[in-house]
Write a protein that binds this ligand. Structure first.
Ligand SMILES: Cc1ncc(C[n+]2csc(CCOP(=O)(O)OP(=O)(O)O)c2C)c(N)n1
Length: 373
């Protein structure tokens, strides 16, 4: 189904979301139509989107649309159950949710369980759900929307679970930034400096690149914890390790989208101040792993936030030479460090995926951590 026809049937004129590769056509269409504006905002996480949508409804009485990947259902549960729900305020909203890990469609480990429980989770939080297939026709959508519109009128939320290739669009939005560092090359430099240290990497292509760098270097994967799911939480994982292995250097390779998603983590990291932790943020000002839609990282100063949270050694780099200097400085100082790496948007088209399972990754990683202090 063409995205334009789909959105016309829903009839919203306010969009907020966190991008998803499976909803790329919708993201592109909305970005092409509204840009990033008062009518279309990419929020830090799906819970924020839900609350923003609620504010829009309160102010306008019009129905908002939230788009997201099903990985984000966890983030909406609280505002759906304790804000939108009819027993609380009764606020209508349309969720459009990319269904990764849908049963019987092969997908990455982090999507399998989430995919299995998505429909049930939505039911459990009281959201009437319509499944959109590759073959769903406009006629079928219209008839499904009869009930949907009734529910919205009664101030209830509804959701669309969108299967692979169910939505298409001819719109394509090219998003770029002004920086030249290639993320994969920067990760290679970190690996060189980190040597036998621990690395915790973020969700998306960063972890895939780290995995492939180890393969290429014929190194063990035991040094790395790849946070394949749980977007926004890798720095908290790194903190938990750093505090309990105080003589081990712990590198966290984060993304700007992920850092924004759960930015409160930086406040706890700063307040604990582990001198053995180095938090590196690959800032390409975009959700590159899922299609390159922009984050708001271009509008804020991450180094000021890090300083404000209590990180001691803080820098921002824009070229490989400066990156090398800051990586070595952080390695040799015993101070909580923050390095922002301004990166270009992009990755290799032939980038693979980890071939070691998350459980095996955890076992090897824990075995290695056991010998460290
Ligand atoms: C809670 C949640 N929402 C959305 C996603 C989908 N997702 C995976 S990677 C990613 C983008 C990450 O962006 P960033 O941290 O800036 O890293 P980049 O891809 O730019 O390297 C998104 C949105 C997810 N995995 N989890």
């Amino acid at each position: 189904m063409n995205v334009k026809d789909f959105l016309k049937e829903i009839g919203s004129d306010f969009y907020t979301g966190v991008p998803d590769s499976q909803l790329r056509s919708l993201c592109n269409y909305v970005a092409d139509t509204y840009g990033i504006s008062r009518q279309h905002m990419i929020a830090a996480n799906e819970g924020n989107c839900t609350a923003l949508a609620a504010g829009y409804y309160l102010a306008t009485g019009k129905i908002p649309l939230v788009y997201m990947q099903n990985s984000g259902i966890g983030n909406i549960i609280n505002p759906v159950a304790s804000l939108l729900n009819e027993n609380v305020y009764g606020i209508p909203c349309v969720f459009v949710i990319g269904w990764r890990g849908e049963p019987e469609v092969p997908d990455e480990p982090q999507h399998i369980f989430q995919g299995q429980i998505s429909e049930k989770l939505l039911k459990d939080i009281g959201i009437h759900t319509i499944i959109l297939n590759k073959d769903t026709t406009i006629g079928q959508l219209k008839s499904e929307m009869e009930k949907g519109k009734e529910l919205l009128k009664k101030e209830k939320a509804i959701a669309f679970l969108v299967r692979k290739k169910a939505l298409d669009s001819d719109k394509y939005v090219e998003i770029s930034c002004a920086y030249s560092i290639v993320r994969e090359k920067a990760i290679k430099q970190i690996v060189e400096v980190a040597k036998e240290d621990i690395i915790v990497s973020t969700t998306g292509k960063t972890s895939r690149e780290l995995f492939e760098i180890r393969e290429l270097n014929q190194q063990s994967h035991k040094y790395d914890f790849l946070t394949v799911g749980s977007m926004g939480h890798c720095s908290s994982i790194a903190l938990g390790i750093a505090l309990n292995k105080p003589n081990t250097k712990v590198w966290c390779i984060d993304g700007d989208g992920a850092v924004l998603m759960h930015m409160g983590a930086m406040a706890l990291i700063g307040s604990q101040g582990p001198g053995n932790m180095i938090h590196v943020v690959m800032n390409n000002e975009a959700h590159e792993s899922v299609g390159g839609m922009p984050t708001v990282a271009s509008k804020i100063d991450l180094t000021k936030i890090a300083k404000g949270c209590g990180y001691e050694n803080v820098s921002s780099v824009n070229d490989y030479e400066e990156l090398k200097i800051q990586l070595n400085l952080a390695k040799n100082l015993h101070q909580l460090s923050f390095i922002e790496v301004k990166c270009a948007i992009g990755s290799r088209p032939d980038l693979g995926r980890p071939t070691v399972s998350p459980v095996k990754n955890k076992e090897e990683f824990m075995k290695y951590l056991k010998v460290l202090v």
